[in-house]
Design a protein around this ligand. Sequence first.
Ligand SMILES: [Zn+2]
Length: 76
Amino acid sequence: MGFFFNNTGSWILHAHLFIGDTYECSECHREYGMQTRRCPGCHAEMTGDKYSPDWIDDMIVLDAILDEDEDDDDDW
Ligand SMILES: [Zn+2]
């Protein structure tokens, strides 16, 4: 294990439906509630804005829950 003070990274936006947005460090993959110029965890300098919104994953889960409810209604 070691710290690399000269590495660079970017924040990966995770937009959650229920708990709000979080930002994952692309280098150490810690998640924070806000963007900072350097990652507090691994001190990578954040240079890019490479966002990979993954809120669609949450929507798929929500759709699955709704579909299941509809199936139950059909059985009755
Ligand atoms: Zn980091």
